[in-house]
Design a protein around this ligand. Structure first.
Ligand code: SF4
Length: 204
């Protein structure tokens, strides 16, 4: 009858198994919106997509009653996408001590005279949460404050011309002195360190 997707636990990937197993093309990747999508008019309720999902994010309802029940269950599901990334991909849980709210950025970073590096991230992006180069360790012997900010709106990104998350913003006496955009995996540690040192040298 209808297929529902629980996006709270779905990594919404173009490589979703549901797309591969669907015999009618009802389950597809919407290129424009960059999301998996269902065309329920093509669905024959075979249940193959539901079986193929390893985390139970795809649910098939056989009738109207079941549809409403599943919809409610999804709405009430307390899980977050970041939980899924931690469980499935070994993402690093974010330590609350390093986290500052976006609205405290002005007070804690801009008005501070201490050098600081701020890692901007999005909790729904695997690149931001996946175990990458452990950023804070790169600063452990330096007199630099390290903080993380979860970016909630585009204005912040536009202000600092951030092209890609995660992004590292470097501040000295409240002024932006450097920026490194994008995800670096563990093999790129040296490359990242080099970029960081180049920016830090301007702090002296
Ligand atoms: S239930 Fe079958 S036909 Fe419907 S979307 Fe899933 S795989 Fe495709």
């Amino acid at each position: 009858m209808a297929v529902l997707i629980n996006f709270k636990i779905c990594d919404n990937s173009e490589d979703c198994n549901g797309i591969d197993v669907c015999p009618t093309g009802a389950f597809y990747w919407d290129k424009k919106k960059k999301t998996i999508a269902i065309d329920n008019s093509k669905c024959i309720s075979c249940g193959k997509c539901e079986e193929a999902c390893p985390v139970g994010a795809i649910r098939m309802a056989k009738n109207e009653r079941e549809y409403k029940k599943i919809k409610k269950e999804i709405e009430k599901d307390p899980r977050k996408l970041s939980d899924l990334f931690i469980d499935r991909y070994g993402a690093t849980p974010i330590h609350p001590a390093f986290l500052i709210p976006q609205n405290k950025f002005e007070v804690q970073i801009i008005r501070s005279t201490n050098p600081a590096v701020v890692e901007l991230f999005n909790r729904e992006s695997i690149e931001c949460l996946l175990y990458s180069v452990p950023i804070k360790e790169l600063f452990k012997d330096m007199d630099i404050r390290y903080r993380k900010i979860e970016v909630k709106d585009d204005s912040f990104l536009k202000k600092y011309k951030v092209k890609e998350l995660p992004s590292l913003l470097f501040f000295k006496a409240g002024k932006l002195t450097g920026k490194i955009d994008g995800y670096f995996d563990i093999k790129q540690k040296k490359e990242l360190k080099k970029k960081i040192n180049k920016i830090i040298s301007k702090f002296k």
